[in-house]
Every structure is written in structure tokens, then in C-alpha cells.
Write a protein that binds this ligand. Sequence first.
Ligand code: CA
Length: 637
Amino acid sequence: MKLKRIFPMMLMLASAAQAQTSPDGQLKAIVECENGKPTYTVMLGEDAMICKSPLGLVTSVGNFSEDLKLVETSAVKEVSETYTLKSSKQSIISYKANEQTYSFANKDGQKAFDLVMHVDNSNVAFKYIVYPQKDRLSALVEKEQTSFTMPEGTTTFLCPQMTPQTGFARTAPSYETYYEYDAKMGSNGHGRGFTFPALFRVGDKGWVMISETNIGGNYCGSRIEYTSENTYSIAYPEESEFGGVGSSAPGIMLPGDTPWRTITIGRTLKPIAETTIQWDLVKPQYEAKYDYKYGRSAWSWIIRMDASCNYDEQKEYVDFAAEMGWEYLLVDAWWDTNIGYDRIAELSKYAAGKGVGLFLWYNSNGYWNDAMQGPKGKMHRMITRRQEMAWMQKAGIKGIKVDFVGSDKQQTMQMYEDILADANEYGIMVIFHGCTLQRGWERMYPNFVSCEAVRASENLAFGQYDNDIEAKCGTIHPILRNAVGNMDFGGSALNKRYSKGNDRGTTRKTSDVYALATAVLFQTPVQNFAVAPNNLTDAPDWAIEFMKNVPTTWDEVRFIDGFPGKYLIMARRTGDKWYLAAINAEEMPKTINLHLDMFPVGQELNVYNMNAKKVVKQNKKQTMKVTIPSNGGLLIY
Ligand code: CA
């Protein structure tokens, strides 16, 4: 009797561990089912980067986190795809991964879910496909057991989730808190975990970034919560988000799949900064109806605030954009009342005559917060939204910036998707601000430009503290926030002070070269730069010259060196032209010997460094010794 009971269990244990490796054999995922509970482990070489961690789901049609059996493991399938993506950090992307599917059944032998796992040379990604249960063809996913147990001694670079219904006019959560740098595990942020993307340093073994992708109206966005014993678990939105409207649990069809959980792993930060996994695992949801053009945009609000939303100052900014050779002007809040629809159409026509297109700001609201800025009540319902967009198309408006959304619920994600899909019908590009993090959207929605989902430049205008730590924050965003997609930061201010007269307001601590370097480091295809008309006369000529010519779309990104919170060196390529950009947030100047193999011997290099520009001929060794000042930058192209 005893033997009978133990023997089948041992057999199950012995047969349960299934390993799958990356094409280069370095990365390995191990899936097991022990005592009815599914787990996975991720190894890089001999090192565990994710320790044995729970898998599984609790749904309205069954608890698929216990009493399970791993009943079948598919053969390994090679996945290979090459695709183009013009709007982000790499234009031609080749994805090669090994795919394996693990089928789990419940205790009655009925199929519960498949775990589909991809392992490529720097990413492990997996999703669940949940199967119909008896006559049930849909389910609410109440909880996901998926967790990430980090090795002992791991430190964290995490952004705490904001408390719902707090912040300006109850618009939170919107990914706008400060990162904790190299912090010990164990905290749970502000009591509700952390937002994606989440970065971990596994001692001297390497780095791990956790995120998710392929989420539109099909699911909610998630975050991670520290549960116990070095473990972070997937958590769904809170009930109070989005004004309490909509379910916190996502609904799916059956059979139906959950989003991909993505784990990007490297010995250095290079695979993380350069990853494309968020697009490798999604497909375009519709075709671009128009040819969307990206570019640089002037933006009065960041320096002159609400008071600048009047016809005369916006016209001044149109002229400024034209003088800079920039493609766009973003007209911010209150234009509906302070300028009016007819005069915006007039401004649009005037701007078009100068080669400048307009983006218009919109309040997403709605019925879920108290944000009062107009125009509002236009974007959240299809009928008003489409009427508005038809007017925009007639008036030649090129894009919108939709603000104050603030939730990751499935209902909210559906609204983002609906705004994007409708905007495509009218040739409108879309920036979201005060919002969630995009999850694959650059590829899913061809007229999507960017999300904010970062503590962005507005905070430099609002308070001095953000200026005091500006460079520190600058060293993490290009590695982490930009790793998973375009970021609407709105930076590169050349004003010394955040005010129209450049004489009042918060004081910028970073150098002009820093501002230029972040124009390359902070990536989004439509850059709302904080450069102001007064900078034509009060900023250095070399700074203006650079900002006139800086590209906003890139063919390649290369991480060179850096440590989040301290310093960063990266390079981006457009066509055959490389731009190397570096910033230093440490208190002391940083001297580095750069090996610049992207620039051929003899090339005349423009070097912006100690508050000046010089031209240096690339030497035979392709090396350069440079010192980056504290709060300063370096730019070579
Ligand atoms: Ca914001």
C-alpha cells in the first residue's frame, strides 16, 4: 500500500523536469511539476538567475495552480522571424528562439493550460493558453501565481507603483515615482509593489529585467509585488484604479492566452538595453492607413506652462519650430477654450505653410478622475472621438497627446487600443501621457508614438529636487524604460531656469552637453523638446546647431557601459551615422578610455564635451580619452 502510493509520485517527479535552452545554449529554462504545483527555473550558464518559482493561474473556471500534472511536453520548435520597426530603437529585427509547450492537466485529467515558452539568447518568455472547462468558453483570471524568485543577494532597481486615486486630480497610478537604485530586496515600494520594467542585479553574475508584452484590450497590465523570501509575484490592477470603474481581474475567451511574461538576462546590461523581445512576441493589430512621419517637436508648455496656450505664443512657437527645422509643434492643454477650434485650424494652416504639423493635447477623461483641463469628454467614447478626429483630419492635425489616463485595468487598456485604432482611420499619431506603460504597442499599433510612463520633464519644472537628481534619473531611463519602448520624456531643456524669461523657476543643474546627450539617449520618434525660442539667442550656437539636426528615429542601439544611477554610455545609429552619447551623475568627473570602433580611422568627429564643441580626427587605434563632468555629458558623432 505504502509503495503503491509513493511509487507513482516518484515517477512523476523523475519525469517532470523539462529543460529548454537558447539557440546559443547559454540560457536555460527548466519547467517542473512537483506535488501538483508547476514551477520554472532560469539558468545562465551554471548560474541560477531566476530560482525555482511558481507558475499557474486561478480562474473562474478552475484553480490551475495546484493538483496539476505535466502531461505532455512538445518537441522543441525553432522560431525565426525578421521584421522592420521604424519607430523605435532598431529598424530591422531578427528574432530567433526555441519554443516548447508544456501541457498541464487537472486532477481529473482534463487539460487545464499549456505553458508556451520561448528561450532566445537573452530572453525567456512564456504565456499560458487556458482551455475550455466543460461548457465554459470564457473565464475571469482572478490571480496569476507566476512569480520570480531572485537569488540571495540580488539588488533591485524598481519603480514603486503609485497609490490609485492619488496624485494630481486622482489621476494615479501612472508610473511616475522615483526608482530605488541598487536596493536590497524585501521592500514592497509604497505597499503595492512595483511597475514594469523591473531591473535586478544578481550580484556579480549579471542582470535580469522582468516585463510583459502583447497587451491591448485583451488583458490588463500587471505589476509585481514582493510576497516573501526573495519572491516577486504578478499582481493585477487594484479595484480603485480608473475611478473604481471596470474589473481588476482580466477576462479571456477559452481557449485563450495570457500576455507574455518576459525575462531579459545578461552578464552585462547590454542585452537589456538592446532587447526587442516586447515586439518579437506581438503582431501588428492593423495596418497603417497612412504614412506616419516622425520628427522633432517644439512644446511651449514645459517652459511657459498653461499661460502660453494662446494663439500668439503658439504662433511664435510655430515660427520657432520652423526656424529649428523641426517637423511638429505640440499645443498643450486649454487650447479648446483659449484658442478655440476655428483658430486652431487657422494655426494649423499657418504652420503647414512653414512645414510644421500640429499635435493637440487632450484630456482622456471621462468619468474616472478630476482632471479639469480641456478639451475633455472627447476621447473616451467612440462617437465623440471619431467626430473629433474627423475634424482634426480636416484641419490637418497630425497627432494627439492624450493625458491623465492612469490605470492598467483591461477596460483602460481597451480604451488605449480603441483610441489608437480610431486615430489610424484619420491619419492621427498618438502619444499617451500620464498613462500606463506600452506593452508591445510600437509594433501592434503603427500610429502609436509613445507613452510617458516615467517621472518625466514636467517634474523638472514643478520642483527643484527633480533637478538636483536629474542626471541620476537620466542614467537609468535609456537602459530600462526605453528598453521596452518609446518614452515621452520631453527633455533637453537649454534654459537655465524653467520659466519664460529664463530667470525664475527651478534651476537646471545639468550642463548643455547633458541636454544634447539625452536627445540621443532618451528615445522616442516624436521628441517634444523643451528647447525654447529664447535659446536661439541665450544658448550656445553649437547646442542650437545640434538640436536642429538631431535625428529621432534610429536603426540600431548599442549599450557601451554604465551603471544605473551613476553613469551611462550608449550609441545610436541612423543610416551609416553613429551618435555616441554619455552622461555622468556621480559627484566627481569621470575619465574614461573609449574604444570607438563605430567610427572609421580618419573620420572627423564632432566632440561635444566640456561645455564646448571641437572637431577631432579619429586616430588609428580608434580610441579617445575623455572626462565627463559631474552632471555633464559627452556627445560624439
Ligand atoms: Ca505626467
